[in-house]
Design a protein around this ligand. Structure first.
Ligand code: KQY
Length: 369
């Protein structure tokens, strides 16, 4: 498959569809690195199996895995999940994977952003990241999609959401961070998003979730339920460090309109009532390696129900064994009356630094003749 040069998706009539539009499938990367996943990733692998098994009930699910772990992954995953060998540095395909695009003639292409492990040598989370940076290209080969490669623009898929109707949302905390594109102004960054996602409006939420090691990815903070309707991570506890972040986001979104001139309907989704802290046992299970973010006992994890994944007929929702799990399930069922809510106990993914949305990447459905 080829690299497309000297043009943009906008010029070529391609756009990023919303996640809630129909998919032809989902990709996941198998977890294995012991300096991010405790106990050699064994507990995380069980949760990844659960996530892939749920998704695979609704749409084709492909798990890509290093050669070293291939036999183990194949043995643990159900037969209806496809397993393909692909080298990688870790399991965050939302961030290093392809951002697929469609046109109205059944075409499929992708944006292949530069990936630098959430901040490169400034505040990145591991080194090297060279294998992750090639994941998008390999997904394009498997899907038969030509790609727009941006060698000089760093972006992760978890730092953007689109509504499929002309609007994108990001956080300033992430997109303007020093480890991404410090050579570009906010206006220039916005222009890249407009050209490569083919949107007319970008919503700039100030900050993401407290202690989110991605510099506040939007996919943990806010999501489009449908055009004009968003769900926002929230707490009523004024003493919680999340409070001012969520309040500022709410105030910003209340005043904004989307690309089509709609005022946004904002639904608050409470974060877990009790902060999720790393236990001593969990901390001791992670290999300490220079250059990788340490996992210390008592550290607060960036737990949020907003990091859910929307697929064909379902929503895969992370839950934490918290009092607010039930509220999140109820709220999402109201917001997505036509989808099955699939709650998955996701503490092990959270301990790795993200959640269900961060470990999944959709391929949009296109009609093939
Ligand atoms: O998208 C994410 N939340 C990924 C976080 C990466 C964590 C690496 N330890």
């Amino acid at each position: 498959m080829k690299r497309i040069e000297k043009t943009t998706p906008k010029k070529d009539g391609y756009r990023m569809p919303a996640e809630y539009e129909k998919h032809s499938g989902t990709y996941i990367i198998w977890p294995e690195r012991p300096d991010n996943w405790r106990l050699g990733a064994k507990p995380a692998q069980k949760t990844f199996v659960e996530v892939a098994s749920v998704i695979g009930k609704y749409e084709p699910c492909t798990v890509v895995v290093s050669g070293w772990q291939y036999a183990n992954a194949r043995g643990m995953l159900p037969d209806y999940v496809k397993v393909v060998e692909m080298s990688n540095n870790d399991s965050w395909i939302r961030d290093c994977g392809a951002t697929f695009l469609v046109n109205d003639k059944g075409g499929l292409r992708a944006v292949d952003w530069s990936f630098n492990a959430w901040g490169g040598l400034v505040d990145g989370l591991y080194f090297p990241w060279d294998k992750d940076d090639m994941v998008a290209q390999k997904m394009c080969e498997l899907e038969g999609a030509d790609r727009y490669r941006l060698d000089d623009f760093v972006l992760e898929g978890g730092s953007i959401h689109v509504d499929g109707d002309g609007t994108a949302m990001v956080t300033s905390e992430c997109l303007l961070s020093k480890g991404r594109n410090p050579h570009l102004s906010q206006k220039e960054i916005e222009q890249v998003l407009k050209d490569y996602l083919n949107v007319e409006k970008v919503l700039w939420i100030p900050k993401g979730i407290f202690n989110d090691e991605t510099n506040g990815h939007v996919d943990n903070m806010c999501n489009f339920v449908k055009p004009g309707v968003v769900v926002l991570a929230w707490t009523d506890d004024e003493n919680d460090p999340q409070y001012s972040r969520s309040k500022k986001a709410y105030e910003y979104l209340s005043k904004e309109k989307d690309a089509k001139g709609r005022k946004l309907e904002i639904h608050k989704l409470l974060i877990p009532k009790k902060p999720i802290l790393i236990t001593k046992e969990e901390s001791l299970g992670v290999d300490a390696v220079d250059g990788t973010l340490p996992r210390q006992k008592g550290d607060r994890m960036a737990a949020s129900y907003v990091n859910y994944y929307t697929g064909n007929g379902f929503v895969a929702l992370p839950i934490f064994g918290d009092e607010h799990d039930k509220l999140a399930i109820k709220k999402l069922q109201e917001l997505y009356p036509d989808r099955v809510i699939e709650p998955i106990y996701a503490r092990e993914i959270l301990l790795g630094g993200g959640n269900i949305h961060c470990i999944t990447q959709q391929v949009p459905f296109v009609k093939k003749d």
